[in-house]
Design a binder for this molecule. Structure first.
Ligand SMILES: [Zn+2]
Ligand SMILES: [Zn+2]
Ligand SMILES: [Zn+2]
Ligand SMILES: [Zn+2]
Ligand SMILES: [Zn+2]
Length: 244
């Protein structure tokens, strides 16, 4: 469900307007980076992911069938808390299961179980036994895996790749135009592309390589999903940044 204008408890003084943005922004709800569908107050520079602007009071998740996650405006207690999906700290809006103590960022909670770019399907797993293309480790956080099972990528690793961009956005907030934020994102993503290509050349052969190359392309969908909006349009934007 999408609305053009909403009232939100996080910013009661003004209405928030729906905006589809190709410039990355920092969400004032969950404090994570976003792109694509957003709700914002242009007077105050207040931005929210769609998932943070229109949260469900409680959700269930297929990975944690016994859990009931409640939406909270801030993490409970005084100890640092971490997202079970991406391993990053939780400092703002969160889905929390009281009985297990599990936490999920709103965008992590809403990560699609399947990402499909038309050619390649990537499936979301709670844990995979193969090593991750980016960090080489097994286990760890949630992962997207290709149908051939040869291509695995941690949600945590995608977030790590975006961390520097996120800091740039944080630091740059207010002193840079949105245009320069986009350029900063551009400078980060090609290096990530380089990492993937090196791995493919040294490790994969034949049919598997072709599948993995395509999965590498589908990485743009993973990035846009992690940023809160796995739509074709945004994947296209991220993809064009990667190919520069
Ligand atoms: Zn958010
Ligand atoms: Zn405002
Ligand atoms: Zn639970
Ligand atoms: Zn997360
Ligand atoms: Zn990894």
């Amino acid at each position: 469900m999408k609305y053009n204008e909403i009232s939100h408890f996080g910013h009661p003084q003004h209405k928030l307007k729906f905006e589809y943005t190709t410039d990355p922004f920092k969400c004032d709800g969950c404090k994570e980076v976003g792109i694509g569908s957003s709700y914002k107050c242009n007077t105050c520079d207040y931005d929210l992911h769609m998932h943070c602007a229109l949260p469900s009071p409680s959700i269930s998740h297929p990975f944690y069938t016994k859990c009931s996650f409640q939406f909270l405006a801030r993490p409970p207690g005084n100890t640092p808390r971490y997202c079970n999906a991406c391993e990053k700290d939780v400092t703002g809006f969160v889905y929390h299961c009281k009985s297990c103590g599990y936490d999920l960022h709103p965008c992590c909670a809403k990560l699609p179980m399947v990402l499909d770019d038309g050619e390649v399907k990537l499936y979301l797993y709670r844990k995979v036994s193969e090593s991750c293309h980016r960090c080489g480790r097994k286990g760890r956080s949630w992962s997207y895996r290709s149908a051939c099972k040869k291509y695995n990528l941690h949600v945590a690793c995608v977030k790590e790749m975006l961390v520097e961009t996120w800091h740039d956005l944080n630091v740059g907030r207010g002193s840079y135009s949105t245009g320069s934020s986009t350029r900063k994102l551009e400078t980060r993503i090609p290096s990530l592309k380089g990492t993937l290509q090196t791995r493919h050349h040294s490790k994969s052969k034949g049919k598997v390589q072709k599948c993995c190359e395509m999965a590498g392309l589908a990485l743009q969908f993973v990035i846009s999903a992690v940023l809160g909006d796995p739509t074709t349009l945004i994947a296209g934007v991220v993809g064009s940044l990667m190919s520069k």
